[in-house]
Design a protein around this ligand. Structure first.
Ligand SMILES: *[C@@H]1O[C@H](CO)[C@@H](O)[C@H](O)[C@H]1NC(C)=O
Length: 330
């Protein structure tokens, strides 16, 4: 767990207000569960954990053909989070068993997904119960925060009973990748930090006035002419798929924002007739206002672009902006 970023907020439990960033520099106490679960009962009784004999398991009805790719990937991830060092020691079998109400591993998290979970730790075993795979991910995060090391590097977890659910369904972070291009790796790291803090919506403010880094299949000129750089400062279709899939594996929705009809300066570079030409004293001034509503081609363009956006981003919502439309050129 060393070096994981945690966001601290004013209120406890699952509030979505980002105030402070704290770097977790090491494992300290068993009290360090963040955000504070709805009900949290730690006991003064601790059990040793050994990486060599630690296993994740599915309840019998989830076994074999019902393995879940989201959870299998989470098991791998959390194993190295649980045991950053690998000191050897004697055998002590510990199994974390997961059971789910609804075995939907293929879909995407949505605003209606239950993230409720129950976690109970006792000698040699822990059981994690959740309604959905997304709740199971939250419970795995909590479990990883319960494990700590003593001064000699041995791992422990205390007897614990937790019941938890989020106070708010929408716990989001917005990144603006138009004013500053953010490399995909940095977006993925942000998604990691979000998962550690049980945030569940990545609001991707992907384009705006300064640049258009989204590489459209239908209108490739938008990024080749409107991005800060046509090759290095864009998000290709495969970049976008990677971000969406990385987020899904952590129970995070990706909600794209394509702000219009204002905030579209960069769109005009790859689609010149899209923006309203501004006039001064009866002749074009060379500057442009918001999207031009008087041309039929504008509506065809918008229909095609948003048809693509809706097919690329699986979330039920697209943020259309609509703010700060300057009417002076209309
Ligand atoms: C965990 O167990 C240890 C050993 O019994 C105890 O000293 C410690 O206070 C416990 N922590 C909590 C939060 O109960």
């Amino acid at each position: 767990m060393a070096g994981r970023v945690c966001f601290s907020v004013t209120l406890r439990k699952w509030h979505g207000f980002l105030l402070l960033i704290i770097l977790r520099l090491g494992l300290d106490t068993v009290e360090g569960v963040w955000p504070l679960p709805q009900s949290f009962l730690p006991w003064p009784e601790r059990y040793p954990l050994k990486p060599q004999s630690f296993t994740f398991g599915y309840r019998r009805h989830l076994a074999a053909q019902h393995r879940c790719s989201v959870l299998d990937a989470a098991f791998k991830r959390y194993f190295s989070i649980l045991f950053p060092d690998n000191p050897s020691g004697d055998e002590w079998v510990f199994t974390l068993t997961i059971s789910l109400d609804r075995h939907d591993c293929e879909g995407y998290p949505s605003q209606d997904s239950s993230e409720r979970y129950k976690l109970s730790v006792s000698a040699g075993q822990a059981s994690l119960y959740a309604e959905t795979v997304w709740g199971a991910l939250r419970g795995l995060e909590t479990f990883s925060q319960l494990v700590y090391q003593d001064d000699f590097g041995s791992y422990y977890i205390n007897k614990t009973d937790i019941e938890d659910f989020p106070q708010f369904k929408y716990r989001g972070i917005l990144l603006d990748t138009s004013r500053h291009y953010i490399p995909v790796q940095a977006i993925l790291k942000t998604l990691d930090a979000m998962a550690y803090n049980k945030f569940n919506v990545f609001h991707w403010h992907i384009v705006d006035d300064p640049s258009f880094p989204y590489q459209s299949r239908t209108f490739p000129d938008l990024s080749s002419k409107g991005a800060f750089h046509p090759m290095t400062h864009i998000y290709t279709q495969s970049d976008v798929r990677r971000v969406i899939s990385y987020a899904r594996m952590r129970g995070i929705r990706v909600l794209p924002e394509f702000d219009s009809p204002g905030h579209t300066n960069s769109w005009g570079k790859g689609k010149p007739e899209l923006l309203t030409p501004c006039y001064q004293g009866g002749s074009p001034s060379g500057t442009f206002g918001p999207v031009n509503p008087s041309l039929p081609s504008t509506y065809q363009f918008m229909a095609s672009l948003f048809k693509e956006v809706a097919s690329v981003f699986p979330d039920s919502h697209v943020h259309l902006g609509g703010d700060e439309v300057d009417f002076s050129c209309w």
